[in-house]
Design a protein around this ligand. Structure first.
Ligand code: SAM
Length: 308
């Protein structure tokens, strides 16, 4: 039976709606549409086809897979996703881009658009397994943090971020870039930094370099199974980087566990007890602790019935 015309058009598209590699073509298109680029939405189109291919390849997706695309812009990577036969759910905030995306892909059976601020829309958007985004620098870390803290886990995420943020996420214990965000991300994902991309690969050219990042959901742990106080504990232990673990843990015990109603002596006792049970030297700083140490501390606090 011959394929339906719709199938030919939409499952094997042969023509891109725009020349996504040319700043001149993009500018001319935006002008013709009466649109401009908005700094407040972190709008920098990825005009380097090789970099786009690296991100798309890293996602390792194929027909039948469902992908969330965050910030599709005019659809440069949306196009690549549809070419690969996947189901695309695209989250875009800019009303002008939403209009263009609807014109380009609205009739496509594997395309669905979620208009608005992804930080607000994602909790109601379903459960597809993959995520791709040349993320606006304005929301990159907030969005990844919100997904992890909101227990919204993807089998794999591939994102483009500011280079400094990628370094921070992939940092190892003991290094200056190691932070609560590194611990949060590695508690759920294995981290693979991808290619560093210069500003000239974007239109308009941003002031900073960017870098791709692949995050694969860990299979050796269930990220939903960490002790209840684990994430607040990690944040608190890094809250004052120059202070010792003991100092920051004491503050955590006072504020999170005793909620300000216990005595200082009680908090001191709990702090000492927890550190001793985990074999953690209280005079070190949090940046020396690996993920396992944070988990051990949170587990002890839960075991002694203090975090429920
Ligand atoms: N994907 C396109 C590309 O690679 O060329 C555009 C990437 S551009 C860095 C970021 C995109 O995210 C823009 O389209 C911007 O309008 C959109 N965006 C910014 N903040 C957003 C938010 N809070 N929710 C949804 N989309 C957002």
């Amino acid at each position: 039976m011959p394929p339906l015309i719709d199938e030919v058009l939409h499952t094997s598209p042969t023509q891109r709606p725009l020349n996504y590699d040319s700043p001149l073509a993009l500018k001319a298109f935006l002008d013709a549409q009466g649109l401009g680029m908005r700094k407040k939405f972190g709008q920098n189109f990825l005009i380097n086809p090789e970099a786009r291919k690296i991100l798309l390849d890293a996602l390792e997706i194929g027909p039948g897979d469902g992908v969330w695309e965050i910030g599709p812009g005019l659809g440069a990577m949306t196009w690549g996703l549809l070419e690969r036969g996947v189901q695309v759910k695209a989250f875009e905030i800019d009303p002008g881009f939403i209009r263009v995306l609807t014109d380009f892909f609205g009739a496509h059976p594997r395309f669905c658009l979620v208009p608005g601020d992804v930080l607000k829309t994602w909790p109601h958007a379903g459960e597809e397994g993959y995520m791709l985004g040349n993320l606006p620098y304005t929301i990159g870390s907030r969005l990844l943090g919100a997904f992890i803290e909101g227990n919204r886990f993807f089998k794999r995420m591939v994102v483009m971020l500011q280079r400094e943020l990628v370094q921070r996420i992939g940092a190892r214990p003991g290094s200056k870039d190691y932070s609560s965000f590194s611990v949060l991300c590695t508690s759920a994902y294995t981290i693979k930094p991808l290619k560093i991309v210069k500003g000239s690969s974007f239109y308009p050219v941003p002031h900073v370099d960017s870098q791709g990042l692949r995050l694969d959901l860990r299979t050796d742990v269930d990220p939903r199974s960490y002790p209840l106080g684990f994430r607040p504990l990690v944040r608190q232990l890094f809250a004052s980087r120059r202070k010792t673990i003991k100092h920051n843990l004491y503050n955590f015990v006072v504020s999170y566990i005793l909620q300000g109603v216990g005595t200082g002596a009680e908090a001191g006792y709990i702090t000492e007890e927890a550190l001793e049970r985990c074999g953690i030297p209280g005079n070190n700083r949090a940046e020396t602790l690996g993920l396992e140490a944070f988990v051990a501390l949170a587990t002890v606090l839960e075991d002694i019935g203090l975090v429920r």
